[in-house]
Design a protein around this ligand. Sequence first.
Ligand code: NAD
Length: 499
Amino acid sequence: MSVYARPGSPDALMSFESRYDNWIGGEWVAPVEGRYFENPTPITGQPFCEVARSTAADIELALDAAHAAAPAWGKTPVAERAIVLNKIADRIEANLEKIALAESWDNGKPIRETLNADIPLAVDHFRYFAGAIRAQEGALSEINADTVAYHFHEPLGVVGQIIPWNFPILMATWKLAPALAAGNAVVLKPAEQTPASVLYLFSIIGDLLPPGVVNIVNGFGTEAGKPLASSPRIKKIAFTGETTTGRLIMQYASQNLIPVTLELGGKSPNVFFSDVLAADDGFQDKALEGFTMFALNQGEVCTCPSRALIQRDIFDDFLALAAVRTKAVRQGDPLDTDTMIGAQASNDQLEKILSYIEIGKNEGARVITGGERAELGGDLSEGYFVQPTIFTGTNDMRIFQEEIFGPVVSVTSFADYDEAIAIANDTLYGLGAGVWSRDGSVAYRAGRDIQAGRVWTNTYHQYPAHAAFGGYKQSGIGRENHHMMLDHYQQTKNLLVSY
Ligand code: NAD
């Protein structure tokens, strides 16, 4: 075990600035109205920096910079754009520990996750799209003996991107890497709950891009996000966040008839068929580990397996083992490398989760383990910690239907394959799902029958850059990751030539 020194303390690997402006046109620019908001760490609840509270005027400045930069970046040969993306990846990798620490301090997530998953995935994402853009080819169709149709990929121009607080750096990367590879200039707004790590990232990588190609404007949803998403000066808006906000984003975008990518909420089923307990072996162990994934990232994952469906004949036995496994998931100081569950990202989120736990209790669900705020003592006593919580109940309950976005799993049983699929699909959402069976044909069939954009079979929570990710139903529109994502940031030019 080792515990990282807190940012800003004498032994710390990194420290934040006490105040962050917006990153516009390759420099730090104070907000037009001169206002800032306080940013606390969820680990102790104490503010550690203040951040620009932007308005429409700041968005306009960022759009000016982006429009000035977009034509040259869009015409930069793909090989050169790829070099820039690879340099960004190398710079992040060289500073991985510092960036991981910044991300954990700003968001409350365990440093073992930021060191081993979030930041390495961000590095890989830039490298993947650096390669993907070089491999992209146009198309040619012969229309007749003397006429040819050429198809070219062109960047959209200036695009807007709005991200949430649960994976600040990874979400920024998922959006920036394909947009930049495709030749666009970007105005990106981080979430107001976790602005600092993305700003810290740009203090490290900002000089690698031509000024204005990426602009970061901070602030709140209605004050800064809405003017960005409604602007007639963007050619696309890419948004990750709640389904209710996604509906608003679509309304704003419709005024300018621009395309949207929406990555929204989820209530993902994790389905365990009887044969997972057929032997006390590695497969059973993996399935139990898969159950505990509801607590990964404190449950603040859009694909959190927040509904567990267990086949009736193994229900009691599997649940007993799963409860033991859940209690063993170590909760504590996120900067301790042994910690597996850290703090919720904000006080509002903590309150929301605790209120859903009350809702569950009041609607008759049974608490198997957890069910309270976690009291960790010392300087963590004001931090935003919740015990991993297992409920049992029925799929019509609110805790089975509404996104809690915390370390809470609602467990129910099913009799047979058809009932499993019916319960799994009885939700507004369709983002992620898990299926666990030793029988490959059952796992495959369930994977196809569940209405979700990503179904993990006999695994969970892997996010490689080269696998398409996105939602069915009210979980979103469009896809992220995979080279097909480049299409979302380009338009097709058809040149029809008669020789
Ligand atoms: P949120 O919708 O409240 O906020 C997301 C972002 O939108 C923030 O930057 C916020 O400032 C901005 N925003 C809020 N109101 C706005 C408005 N009217 N106009 C423009 N921008 C506005 O979501 P959140 O609470 O930050 O994030 C959690 C949600 O994100 C969960 O529902 C989760 O499932 C979802 N999520 C989805 C994915 C995915 O890939 N599908 C990934 C991560 C998170």
